[in-house]
Design a protein around this ligand. Structure first.
Ligand code: GLP
Length: 247
């Protein structure tokens, strides 16, 4: 895991966008794994600007990390809706080239298995973008998730329900379950870039980077990823004992 920090999150976003650009120029139909959440939004916006200026992102194949169980694709808080708005539409990608769990499938376990097999059918993920939850979760792998876990239905912890309640009018509307790529699935991505900004992520970043690799902190599994980059701003880096490299 290579950690890079910077005082200006824009620089870190440029760094990540450059890597996506380099990938798409090398391999126009690469499989790019998208994370939801507010952290990566500026990255998708930067890539949308590059697309508007002529960078062709339309051949990319897109995979999603997770989806709420029970939300239909057109629900404004569904992750399919997020990906459509921030990635597929602005980058000109055919929705048929995006693989996501079906949140409102009658059998969520079958939907999870189907999602995982579609990722494998594409030959796996070339570059996976990741965020981290304040409790150290990646995708919706909550503390206690096995490092060899696969895509499955999970129950969300109170901490995650609280963190995600800001997106819903009523806390009671926050879905209690999700379909998520497993930690093992994420570890198979050929390259991973995790973004974390702000003080609220400082404890998770420290536990992920400087604690032992433990299922109590699912993001610490990235210590075992062969090619993972962690891009953090100074606030997210503020509790690290060892100063990371600067961008
Ligand atoms: C959700 C998503 C994660 C994301 C996390 C952090 O839990 N399932 O993939 O990393 O939110 O979101 P934010 O970037 O908004 O802090």
């Amino acid at each position: 895991m290579r950690i890079t920090s910077g005082s200006d999150s824009d620089q870190l976003i440029t760094f990540a966008a450059d890597e996506v650009e380099e990938l798409v120029r090398r391999q126009p139909n690469a499989v790019l794994g998208i994370a939801t959440g507010s952290t990566p939004e500026p990255l998708y916006a930067e890539l949308s600007r590059r697309s508007a200026r002529g960078l062709d992102l339309s051949g990319l194949r897109i995979t999603c990390l997770d989806e709420y169980v029970g939300l239909s694709a057109d629900h404004p808080q569904s992750y399919r809706h997020y990906i459509t708005e921030h990635v597929l539409d602005p980058w000109g990608i055919d929705p048929g080239n995006a693989v996501m769990p079906v949140g409102d499938a009658p059998d969520p376990d079958a939907a999870a298995r189907d999602f995982e097999s579609r990722i494998l059918a594409w030959g796996g993920i070339d570059l996976q973008i990741l965020g981290v939850g304040p409790n150290g979760h990646i995708a919706f792998n909550e503390p206690g998730s096995a490092f060899d876990s696969r895509t499955r239905v999970v129950s969300l912890t109170p901490s995650t329900l609280e963190a995600n309640s800001r997106f819903f009018e009523d806390e009671a509307d926050v879905p209690r379950r999700a379909i998520t790529q497993g930690v093992g699935t994420i570890l198979e991505s050929r390259r991973a870039i995790l973004l974390a900004f702000g003080e609220g992520k400082a404890d998770a970043v420290r536990a992920m980077a400087e604690g032992e690799a433990t299922e109590d902190v699912p993001a610490s599994a990235l210590q075992r990823h062969p090619n993972a980059a962690v891009l953090i701003d100074d606030k997210a880096a503020s509790r690290l004992r060892t100063a990371p490299a600067s961008v």
